[in-house]
Every structure is written in C-alpha cells, then in structure tokens.
Design a protein around this ligand. Structure first.
Ligand code: AMP
Ligand code: MG
Length: 487
C-alpha cells in the first residue's frame, strides 16, 4: 500500500518532536478497516488483504515514506499545569494529502512507549480503541468536526489496567495533532521564537488565508476561538460530553480529539458527568462552554509572546478577544438551537424560549435526543412520540404551546420545517447501554454487536424499523453511567 507521505512537520519542525518506533505486536489481527474513509483519503487499500492491513496498522510493518515521531506537548489537566506530556502512547507515521488537497496526519494510538511515556506502557486496550472508533464515526456522521478512525487492530498482547485486557492499536486520522498544549509546551520551555515558529507552521497548514494578515498570531487566536465556539455549540447540540477537556486535548484545527471517557446524555441534566475521574464535575455537559473559554485564555497566554513580537499593542486586542468569547459562543449556540427547533429565521424572544426549554427538559427528565425528533412529529400532526417521553404526557405542554406559536410564524411549510429538523437532529446516537454491551461482547471475542452499532450510528437521521431498539434510552432503573479514562 502506497501512502504517498509528505511529512511537513518532520521536515520543518525539528526540535518539536522526538523520533520514535512502534513496538512489534505478537499476533496482529485486523478488527476493522474503514474503507470508505480510505477512499476519501485517496489511499489505495481496496486490494490489500486483512493480514497486510493488520501488519501496517499495528506498527509491525513501517510503511514506505513514514517518519515515525512522537509530538511534544504540555497541558492543563483539570486546571493544573503539567509542563511535560507529549505523545506517550501515540506515533505519528506521517502526513498524506487527500485528492481534494486536504492534509491529514496518520497516527497509531497504542503502539508502545515513546520518549514521552513517563510511567505509562504506551499501550491501548481494545475497549477504549473501539469506543473511540465508534464515537468518532458517529460524530463525523452527525457533521461534528472530529478526528477519524481508519483502522483498529488487535495486537495479540495483553494490556494491564485494573485487570488485563486484550491490546489494540487505533489508527487515527486528524487534520493535525497540534494542540493548545503544544503551544503551551514551547511557550513554557523555549519562548517567543519557538511559539512564532509553531504559529507560522499552524497558519500555513490550517489557515493559509491568515498568512498575510497584519498580526498572524493574533489572527490565529481569533480563528481558533471561532472554531472552538462552533465546536462546543455542536457538542451541546447533540448531547455530547467530552469528559477530559484538558488543554492538551484541544486541537487547534477545531476537531474533536482524544475520545476518552466521553459519552452522550440520555435524559437531559445540565450537570451530567460520566467520567469516573471528574469528581467535581469540572467537565460536565453544561460547563463545557465555560471550560472552552478557560482553555482559550490559556491558548492566548501561550501565543502572547508571538503576538507581542509582531506588535506590542496587539496584546490588548488578544485580551479583548478572550473576553468576548461568552458572547461569541452564545451566538453560535443560538444559531444551532434555532436549527434544532425548526426556526430558519431569527426572532426576538428565541433566547428566552430556549432557556426555558432546558429548564423543562431537566425538570421532567426528558430524553434529549428523542425530544427534538418528537417536536418534528408535532409538525406532522402526531404528538404521540413526545407524550411517550415522560410518564406525564402533559409535562411539556406549556412549553410546546409557546414553541408552536413561534414555529407557526416561520415562512416555510410545517412539513418542510419537520424535514429540516430531522436532517440535523439525530435519531440514533451511541446510547450508553448499547455501547457498553457492544464493547463487552467485543472484548469477549464477538464483534457483531459492535459492528451493527457502528452501522446504526453512521446513519443517524433516517428511521429504520429494524433499528427501533437503538433509539430508546436506557431503562430508568439502569442507574448512573460511568466511563473510564485511559486508551
Ligand atoms: P489523555 O488522557 O489522552 O489526555 O493523555 C494524557 C497524557 O498521558 C498524554 O501525554 C498521553 O500520551 C499520556 N498517556 C496516557 N495513557 C498512557 C499510556 N498508557 N502510556 C503512556 N502514556 C500515556
Ligand atoms: Mg490526550
């Protein structure tokens, strides 16, 4: 298989990474290969057999043209600065350029220790690998910017966590792996010249339209903030809780990255947390916009030496940009919520209506995902679905009355509004109880439930009778759902 690597980071960013090698797996076996994605990337994998793919995507065989390396980065973890993190369990093989000209990193995750592994083993267990594969494919299908999953390979080795698990390697595709924490690392250890070099590389690679701006690092800050506002509004719109929004897990490309203890909400509750290590709810559903703001303040701090080097007066502008984030985010959020509620136009009072919705959803413990599909059904003259979402069929009636009055003022016909809503409000998400059952089967050697679930979440919008079971929340007595870190 010919990747046609073109490794710009390796070539031009010496000192920003450490060359590394993959560990040799004892018995690599292909779990899944994403042929659709491979084709989009222009990788000619169709003729490769499973054995060849397993060797390549476990790290056993180094593809031609690869320059394997581990990236250096730092990061604020749960609010505390760790000056030295870096790819401790990941290996960047190189970059490819897709037929449409877009550049992507091809990275192995779980392929053994690197210079940045500290006390870790550099390995990944099959459960978290398949969770990342599934959830990132679901996010992509829902139009949320995200890294992608190209392959998952079982290594044949055991990985010791709280107990031993089968090991696996995930191949991740990202428009780059440059993180807020990458900037923090070079700001903390080296200073303005390195930060400027990283900013220049990032701008050329991701945002070439900013090259000729007056103060490119300042323009970079502005763009990354814009993308983060959009991204978090998107997350909230699909009920996604990332779980570890540390600054090392924030990609400057605006893609969702590092799927660890992430999960989707069933019944709406603003304080929802799934991660076992997030005891204080720092990264709960409803705090994600606030944490994004906090993370962008850290990004601004790291960029400041480069901003200052171009023009000291721009430092105040950077400060103002960070202060304006809540307002900017609200704009994105309102835009997304209007779409979800079937409003093509903006009207006064929308904000009050939307705030009221979240109070009602929480009070009546309504399933977040199904609620929006139920609303669209009302436009089709069928209120049953919504009534069935709560033990009290009248629970949401007053709010729905207000919404009905509002949506009636739209120009488009109700049936068109309903179709527009269904085209962006997913019916099928990775439901926690389904994910858990699929991962348990996979760990025991049966991939079939996981493969079926993958098929479902890759097609989130159009209802299929045979998938009815995938569109219902966990039983009410299922108890709280907990996720664990550690790929
Ligand atoms: P994450 O939880 O993915 O945000 O990772 C935080 C940091 O811990 C990163 O620098 C990872 O590379 C590192 N890390 C996590 N798990 C391992 C592991 N099993 N072996 C080595 N490093 C790890
Ligand atoms: Mg990480």
């Amino acid at each position: 298989m010919n990747f046609g690597f073109d490794n710009s980071f390796y070539r031009s960013m010496e000192g920003f990474y450490s060359p590394a090698e993959a560990a040799i797996p004892s018995a690599p076996k292909l779990l899944i290969f994403n042929h659709i994605l491979a084709t989009q990337l222009g990788l000619e994998a169709a003729s490769a057999d499973d054995e060849t793919l397993a060797r390549l995507f476990s790290g056993e065989v180094l593809p031609e043209g690869a320059d394997p390396l581990a990236l250096a980065y730092a990061g604020h973890q749960f609010g505390h600065f760790s000056p030295q993190l870096g790819d401790g369990r990941a290996l960047l093989l190189g970059e490819i350029v897709a037929p449409d000209g877009a550049r992507f990193d091809i990275q192995l995750k779980g392929s053994g220790p690197t210079a940045f592994s500290r006390n870790g083993d550099g390995r990944a267990a099959i459960g978290p690998v398949l969770r990342e594969f599934l959830v990132s494919e679901a996010m992509a299908a829902m139009g949320v910017p995200t890294t992608r999953a190209l392959a998952a390979v079982a290594t044949g080795d055991r990985v010791q966590r709280e107990r031993a698990h089968p090991g696996a390697v995930l191949t991740r595709v990202a428009s780059s792996h440059i993180r807020v924490g990458t900037f923090q690392f070079f700001a903390a250890h080296y200073g303005a010249d390195h930060v400027t070099q990283l900013a220049t590389y990032s701008i050329r690679r991701h945002f070439p339209d900013l090259v000729d701006t007056e103060n490119p690092p300042l323009a970079l800050l502005d763009r990354v903030i814009a993308l983060q506002c959009e991204l978090i509004a998107h997350w909230l719109g699909v009920g996604f809780v990332h779980g570890v929004m540390n600054t090392d897990n924030v990609a400057i490309s605006g893609e969702t990255i590092d799927y660890g203890p992430c999960a989707f909400m069933d019944r709406f509750a603003g304080h929802t947390v799934f991660s076992s290590i997030d005891a204080n709810g720092r990264y709960s559903y409803g705090r994600q916009p606030h944490i994004m703001h906090w993370n962008m303040a850290r990004f601004a701090e790291a960029l400041l030496p480069a901003v200052h080097a171009v023009n000291p007066a721009s430092v105040d502008t950077a400060k103002a940009m960070v202060e304006a984030i809540p307002k900017r985010f609200s704009g994105e959020w309102l835009k997304r919520m209007r779409q979800k509620l079937g409003f093509a136009e903006a009207a006064e009072g929308d904000e009050v209506l939307i705030d009221g919705l979240f109070d009602e959803l929480e009070k009546h413990q309504i399933d977040f995902t199904l609620f929006f599909r139920g609303l669209a059904m009302i436009l089709r003259g069928d209120g049953m679905m919504l009534e069935n979402l709560s033990p009290d069929p009248e629970a949401m009636a007053p709010w729905i009355f207000d919404w009905w009055e509002r949506v009636a003022r739209e120009t488009d016909a109700p049936l068109d509004r309903a179709d527009a809503m269904d085209a962006i409000n997913p019916l099928y998400i990775p439901r926690n109880h389904k994910v858990e059952a699929a991962l348990a089967s996979a760990e025991a050697g049966d991939l079939a439930p996981w493969t079926e679930l993958l098929d479902v979440v890759r097609n989130p919008y159009v209802e299929r009778a045979e998938w009815q079971d995938y569109a219902v929340p966990a039983p009410a007595d299922a108890g709280p759902y907990t996720t664990f870190c550690g790929t």
